[in-house]
Design a protein around this ligand. Structure first.
Ligand SMILES: Nc1nc2c(c(=O)[nH]1)N[C@H]1C(S)=C(S)[C@@H](COP(=O)(O)O)O[C@H]1N2
Ligand SMILES: [Mo]
Length: 543
């Protein structure tokens, strides 16, 4: 190692660069290996998943509120920035003492491996990407700091030949972190070129590796299998959407939500790829006759098709975490009748391939409502993001207690014996959907002209049905809105009201009454623990 004692103020930057290049190599390697061992073993995905599962509830809520459906992208970008910072630090530490830098890499590899082992269905092979990534990253770090690509000189290393102990109390090596940069004395240009070429090459290879790894993982995706599926016709078709159910008002959510426009909420950082050819559903636990069904078994059963409006418990008043689709599936009621739940089995736990669980009251699945093991959404096989190949859909219950995507198990148990995913995280074990209404148009930015203005929106009280929607202006008298027809009590309903708008600032409010006669409370309640309450209001200026 040619340490001539020359110094350069740019060296800390080079050291940081070496650390980042080494970390990128580690991650690129890990992604390639993870393409073979499965997505849950990718350290980025595993650590991110662990963060999602263990982050305190307020942090998670913040993520969902600020980034919405992009919360996962935000998490990945945040993780990458954080990792970049640590990698730079590791590079700078390694420039002073290689073993410290290598120890940093070992710690990161260890965290990745440990995180991978915590994921649902993990086995020993899942530590491989992290371990191999750390090993390759370690070699890269060595190459930049003490090996063939070493910058000449590393002014932070002791001025004495490598290996000799530094003298306690001696002044820092020339050009130490706080030492002065020697004027005009830079790094040897040849070595600088070699170093930067090395860094560039390694970053390029790492990027190619990362992309190739993701691409390989993508090829293992199930889109092709999904496209090859022909769904059976239902024995009981969905009732036709009545004329006028969709008021087709600009700004108003359409009565049927497209698959592309459907909200997506789940804890999965990487969308699970479940092969229908090997998919199985185990119905077991406190039952007389446990069964295991294949996808073919399921498709061979009589299918029904129903419109059901799905809603998320995290939907704020006025929010859009709600959508209405036509679902094709097998009635869960029939399956439960066949397995024969034992006394006291008051909870059915749906378990996803990624370990997520929801707990549904057994009674809700057997009381005659159209609770489905769904395979189709709006005439297509379930989109992968929405649970392909099979998910649950239960009218009247929030998604977190009923709508298990990528489902592989239905376990009969009791509420006393098992808490599903969100329950220990502060959400209610019971999650019936609360009656709600929303003003979709006009919105504040519309600034409508004075005169007749169509006020319109949606209201929902799944499985009870909406009886009445009322609107008021500036806290004046409540005015009855017109309800559009609907397919059933299991979907939302559109409403409209003609407003003789006058110039100035006004506040519109809406409230709905369900078929039990209960009117939405004005009381504002947060989404936690069991769904928001309160009236949606919109303040706007009429010109
Ligand atoms: N496997 C799995 N299923 C899940 C979830 C999840 O995190 N993992 N989230 C649930 C929640 S909270 C809701 S609101 C619905 C949303 O379904 P969607 O994404 O198809 O709209 O899925 C439910 N099913
Ligand atoms: Mo949800």
């Amino acid at each position: 190692m040619g340490n001539t004692g020359r110094v350069s103020s740019t060296t800390p930057r080079f050291a940081a660069l070496a650390g980042i290049a080494a970390a990128a190599t580690a991650i690129g390697t890990a992604e390639v290996v993870a393409a073979l061992t499965g997505p849950r073993s990718s350290p980025l995905v595993a650590v991110g998943g662990l963060v999602v599962d263990t982050a305190p509830e307020p942090v998670k809520r913040f993520g969902i509120e600020v980034f919405g459906t992009y919360d996962k992208i935000a998490l990945l970008v945040g993780t990458a920035l954080l990792l970049g910072g640590f990698a730079a630090l590791i590079g700078m530490l390694a420039a002073r003492r290689l073993t410290v830098g290598l120890a940093g890499i070992v710690v990161f590899g260890g965290i990745g491996a440990a995180a991978a082992l915590t994921r649902a269905g993990a086995d020993a092979a899942d530590v491989l990407p992290s371990l191999l990534g750390a090993a390759v990253g370690g070699v890269a770090l060595w190459a930049f700091v003490a090996g063939p690509l070493e910058l000449d000189p590393w002014p932070w290393s002791p001025p004495t030949p490598a290996g000799s102990p530094s003298v306690p109390g001696s002044p820092p090596a020339a050009g130490g972190p706080s030492g002065p940069a020697g004027p005009g004395r830079g790094v040897d240009p040849d070595s600088r070129r070699r170093f930067l070429t090395g860094v560039g090459t390694v970053l390029g290879v790492a990027a190619v590796g990362g992309v190739a790894g993701r691409w390989l993982a993508g090829r293992q995706g199930v889109s092709a299998a999904r496209e090859a599926i022909t769904l059976p016709a239902p024995v009981s078709a969905a009732p036709p959407v009545p004329a006028g159910a969709d008021l087709a008002q600009p700004g108003l959510a359409s009565y049927v939500t497209s698959n592309r426009g459907f909200y997506r909420i789940d804890t999965a950082l990487v969308v699970p790829q479940v092969d229908p050819a090997t998919w199985q559903l185990r119905i077991h636990g406190r039952v007389r006759n446990p069964v295991t069904l294949s996808y073919a078994d399921l498709l061979a059963r009589p299918m029904v098709e129903r419109y059901v409006t799905l809603a998320c418990v995290s939907n704020e008043v006025g929010g859009d975490l709600i959508g209405n689709a036509r679902w094709l599936g097998v009635p869960i009621r029939d399956l439960l009748d066949e397995v024969g739940p034992l006394d006291g089995a008051d909870q059915v736990v749906g378990r996803s391939v990624d370990g997520w669980t929801c707990g549904t009251p057994t009674a809700a699945l057997r009381d005659g409502r159209d609770a489905l093991l769904a395979v189709g959404m709006n005439g297509e096989p379930l989109p992968v993001q929405h649970g392909f190949p099979v998910r649950m859909v239960v009218p009247g219950l929030y998604g977190y207690v009923s709508a298990c995507k990528w489902i592989t198990e239905l376990e009969l148990t009791s509420f006393a014996d098992f808490d599903a995913y969100w329950v220990p995280r502060g959400w209610s074990a019971q999650g019936p959907i609360k009656t709600q209404s929303r003003i979709d148009t006009p919105r504040p930015r519309n600034r409508p002209a004075a005169g007749p203005v169509t006020v319109a929106g949606v209201a929902w009280a799944q499985h009870r049905g909406i009886d009445r929607v009322e609107v008021r202006v500036d806290e004046g008298p409540w005015q009855q809105a017109q309800l559009a027809p609907t397919v059933s009590v299991d979907t939302w309903v559109q409403w409209s009201w003609q407003w003789p708008a006058t110039p100035g600032e006004h506040t519109l409010q809406v409230r709905a009454t369900d078929s039990t006669g209960e009117t939405q409370t004005a009381q504002r309640q947060d989404v936690a623990p069991d769904g928001a309450t309160g009236w949606h209001s919109v303040t706007l200026t009429v010109t």
